[in-house]
Design a protein around this ligand. Structure first.
Ligand code: ADP
Ligand code: MG
Ligand code: ZN
Length: 322
């Protein structure tokens, strides 16, 4: 049976479509069926130091250059890794759905909202367990390492949550990146990502040596797996969440994002175009979730959450007069 492309989710493709082969694997005919298991990688990680410098809380391993049709784990410390592979979550709800969740969320960001993302694919380990693969963006074509710096370090924050706001991040960015950042934040709000803390936002060195917002990574609907905040950090310096009575949730609407855009000095016309773009794409977003590698149960949860987030987004703030 022909299914969806394991990269872009295009219809009637088995494995990867030719454009994904080019983007992900330099034209090699790689199959999404891996010939090794997560345990083969994790044993090696536990056994010896592998240059395991990538941080983050989820388990992850490194994959080297494609060898013909196959991807294989990175064999030695010296070998360059081209991909990062993430197995399913080791705890929380529907843990086996996390690779498909991250994959579809990244594809929606890229294809529907024009957000620059790390290239990624959905694959299966030899034993059938799902895997998420992402191509490393921190090397150039010559294989040289590019500088990357996350916002814990850029802002010299004391921790990745709470100590700073999205406004702090935004004010640090140049005008073009501010527009990108507004789009990224609304996207994460709509797709239920409550995990965009300072380690999930980075700067990357460009060819000219400037530091610009890196492609987005680690995008997923975290609400499928756990009860989470609407946003990981406060938008504003007045701490809209933490100033509320205990247990009360701050309800975001598009007005908050409009205010955010204004504070970042983004032109009104660009702010409203951005808001309109999100409002127009609810149905097509939902359709893309339906094409994903998620189970039907996880699809329903994802869509329900998106619909709820859109309802909040479209609401008008009621000024309380009590
Ligand atoms: N495609 C990529 N290229 C380069 N670095 C990446 C890529 N994806 C993630 N990273 C880096 O690896 C770190 C961990 O990855 P992430 O997907 O955030 O894992 P976790 O879910 O554990 O937080 C990120 O903070 C980022 O610095
Ligand atoms: Mg992360
Ligand atoms: Zn494709």
């Amino acid at each position: 049976m022909m299914a969806q492309c394991n990269g872009c989710l295009k219809d009637s493709i088995s494995g990867f479509c030719s454009s994904c082969e080019t983007i992900l694997f330099e034209r090699s005919k790689v199959t999404p069926q891996l010939t090794f298991n997560w345990e083969d990688i994790s044993k090696r990680i536990d056994g010896q130091p592998m240059g395991f410098s990538i941080s983050g809380v989820q388990r992850k391993g490194f994959i080297g250059k494609p060898r013909g049709v196959k991807l294989v784990p990175k064999m030695s410390v010296d070998e360059k890794s081209q991909y990062i592979i993430k197995p399913m979550l080791s705890r929380f709800n529907l843990p086996e759905q996390s690779p498909a969740n991250e994959h579809v969320t990244m594809q929606i960001a890229k294809q529907l909202f024009g957000i620059k993302t790390a290239e990624c694919a959905f694959m299966n380990f030899a034993n059938g367990a799902p895997a998420y693969i992402t191509k490393r963006f921190d090397y150039n074509e010559k294989g040289e390492k590019l500088n990357q710096e996350d916002f814990v370090s850029v802002l010299k924050a004391s921790d990745k949550y709470k100590s700073k706001t999205y406004q702090d991040v935004g004010e640090w960015l140049g005008p073009l990146n501010r527009v990108d950042f507004l789009r990224i934040l609304i996207f994460n709000f709509i797709t239920g990502n409550g995990d965009v803390h300072l380690k999930n936002i980075s700067l990357l060195e460009t060819a000219d040596g400037d530091m610009m917002l890196s492609p987005s990574y680690d995008l997923m609907n975290t609400k499928i797996h756990l009860t989470d905040n609407l946003l990981a950090l406060n938008l504003f310096e007045e701490l809209e969440q933490t100033s509320l009575p205990l247990g009360e949730k701050y309800m975001y609407t598009s007005e908050d994002f409009i205010e955010f855009g204004k504070r970042l000095k983004i032109k009104d016309s660009i702010i409203s175009k951005t808001i309109d773009m999100f409002n127009e794409k609810e149905n097509i977003l939902i359709a893309m979730v339906d094409k994903s590698f998620l189970s039907s149960e996880a699809k329903e949860q994802y869509k329900k959450n998106v619909v709820e987030n859109y309802e909040l987004f479209r609401q008008r703030k009621v000024i309380s007069t009590k």
